[in-house]
Design a binder for this molecule. Structure first.
Ligand code: ATP
Length: 201
């Protein structure tokens, strides 16, 4: 087993199928770190992060210790600079949390997976050995997200897609591509990707 564990990032736009793909890696016994879920956990549980967020967004950023997502979302929607400030608080904290997780899990499997919606744009992908991009046509992603999150309307989902890095750009920068358009089955693609990583170790 190498000293520094091999790291595979899984990214893609909203509704592309990142979590579905990561579930398949879990089934293969590969530990998965979900950066977006950990970010939510850190925001709700790290008092230093709470303090830093309140310093930027005011005391109402937390109500009875609970992250005021609606307020923060409305502020960053109006003032994109605030989103940059928020990311400057959260991203380094997630980075540190990921390092600890890698230390704790590095010996458990031949490689580790990090799932994140932002890997190319946040720079956190630079520390990974490979990045696989999950992709599917926009209309299918919109349809799948609407089915998964009925409270979201199409305009909202399109707005998120418009604010994310273009899928084509992610695909051009990927080490591997995972086609989740429904044309190819996912399981054989993940088994093949797992095999190529194991062969390269
Ligand atoms: P987000 O960016 O919103 O976190 P995601 O990229 O993690 O999304 P998933 O949650 O894995 O995407 O998939 C979005 C929805 O589409 C889920 O409800 C999932 O079950 C469904 N889905 C994913 N892949 C397929 C597929 N190949 N066929 C049918 N449904 C799928």
């Amino acid at each position: 087993m190498p000293n520094k564990p091999l790291l595979l990032g899984i990214t893609g736009g909203i509704g592309s199928g990142k979590s579905t793909v990561c579930h398949l890696f879990s089934v293969l016994g590969i530990p998965v770190y979900n950066a977006d879920e950990r970010a939510k956990w850190i925001v709700s549980n790290d008092p230093e992060i709470e303090k830093a967020i309140k310093a930027v967004f005011g005391a109402d950023a937390f109500i009875e210790g609970k992250y005021n997502k609606a307020l923060i979302a409305s502020i960053v929607f109006k003032w994109p600079d605030k989103l940059i400030e928020l990311n400057h608080i959260i991203h380094p904290a997630v980075g540190r949390d990921f390092e600890c997780w890698v230390q704790a899990n590095g010996q458990k499997a031949p490689y580790l997976v990090k799932e994140a919606a932002l890997l190319f744009d946040s720079g956190s992908g630079n520390k990974l050995d490979y990045i696989a991009v999950v992709h599917a046509p926009d209309h299918l992603r919109i349809q799948r997200v609407k089915q998964r999150d009925p409270q979201r309307d199409e305009a909202q989902i399109k707005n998120i897609i418009g604010n994310q890095m273009r899928q084509q750009e992610m695909m051009e920068r990927a080490s591997f591509l995972i086609d989740n358009s429904g044309e190819l089955m996912l399981i054989p693609q993940i088994i093949a990707l797992n095999s190529s990583i194991l062969l390269n170790i």
